[in-house]
Design a protein around this ligand. Structure first.
Ligand SMILES: Nc1ncnc2c1ncn2[C@@H]1O[C@H](COP(=O)(O)OP(=O)(O)OP(=O)(O)O)[C@@H](O)[C@H]1O
Length: 301
């Protein structure tokens, strides 16, 4: 069964085309990721799907309810965790949760089973103002607030941005548990490593979908051999690689530069000799497996 359906959605703000003919479907119970850099259009899409913004073109439905005609039904059946400002900073942890339960005409007690796993971690701070919580705790509270009315679909806009790596990992484990309860989850993230944890992902840039598939298939489609390259002068290394006659792509990747070549006759020794001849030292060149980030760079090129 289809839980979220997006058909040819476009949205512009004056001269900026935030979304350009976006289409995709999310199955019930699926954990689907929107992956893209800042400004890709992720938040705009979330706002359209949660009925807070009207698209210029196209149509969309959530759980069979149209985003225009079924606005109230959607609002009652989805949970939305916006990237920023979803909590009342001056209310305590407990007051925030009670507030969100009340506006959906339910009680914390009624749906406590859904949030218990998460809430026990912030319960020791239940009398603390939300504004005084750490990033990871705010995120857990925001997730509890989005879940307290037992939504069928969860929209999470960059839930782990600005959160430490341990809390990020815990957060994804919680999402997996929620998925097992049958909740459909649409989550956005700029972190490519998190993309691998989704069932399927859509790679988005400049309002367009570059590809939709499982993370494994997106990586498997990558055509070029990727080389990790490192040398004494990273800036010069990038310029030299870009100037190499058969270069296909060159971009920084952690402590390395990722290099792909367009020639079938590429030899690591030739590239090594070229870099050494141009004065670089401590040169390392080694093949490395493709990641989602590499696939993204290739598609975005
Ligand atoms: N209300 C608005 N008025 C004008 N431009 C907007 C508005 N909302 C979004 N935009 C522009 O639309 C584009 C997409 O923005 P959007 O917030 O959807 O991207 P995003 O992928 O969520 O990135 P971010 O993580 O930076 O929010 C950006 O260029 C943004 O500046």
């Amino acid at each position: 069964m289809v839980s979220i359906s997006v058909r040819n959605i476009s949205k512009s703000f004056k001269k900026v085309q935030a979304l350009d003919q976006i289409s995709f479907e999310v199955a019930q119970g699926e954990l689907f990721g929107l992956i893209g850099p800042d400004g890709a259009g992720k938040t705009t899409l979330f706002r359209i799907l949660t009925t807070l913004l009207v698209a210029d073109e196209g149509s969309a439905s959530v759980f069979g309810f149209d985003v225009i005609d079924g606005m109230n039904d959607i609002r009652n059946s989805v949970g939305y965790m916006p990237g920023k400002f979803s909590l009342y900073q001056d209310l305590t942890v407990e007051e925030n949760l009670t507030f969100f339960a009340t506006i959906f005409d339910t009680t914390v007690a009624e749906n406590y089973h859904l949030i218990e796993d998460i809430y026990v971690q912030i319960e020791p701070f239940k009398n603390r103002r939300a504004g005084a919580l750490s990033g990871g705790m705010k995120q857990k509270l925001a997730l509890c607030c989005a879940l307290i009315h037992q939504p069928k679909v969860l929209f999470l806009d960059e839930p782990t941005t600005g959160v430490d790596p341990v809390s990020r990992k815990e957060f994804w484990e919680m999402l997996k548990r929620l998925q097992q309860k049958g909740i459909t989850i649409l989550v956005s993230t700029p972190y490519m490593d998190e993309a691998a944890l989704c069932d399927r992902i859509a790679l988005i840039q400049d309002g367009k979908i570059l590809d939709i598939n499982s993370p494994e298939e997106i990586v498997a489609k990558h055509q070029h051999v990727i080389y990790d390259v490192k040398a004494s002068n990273p800036h010069q290394l990038i310029s030299l690689l870009k100037a190499y006659p058969t270069a296909h792509s060159v971009y920084p990747f952690g402590e390395y530069v990722h290099y792909t070549d367009q020639s079938g006759e590429f030899k690591q020794e030739d590239l090594h000799a070229y870099l050494a001849h141009n004065g670089l030292k401590e040169i390392v060149i080694q093949p490395t497996p493709a990641t989602i980030e590499d696939a993204f760079m290739e598609l975005a090129n």
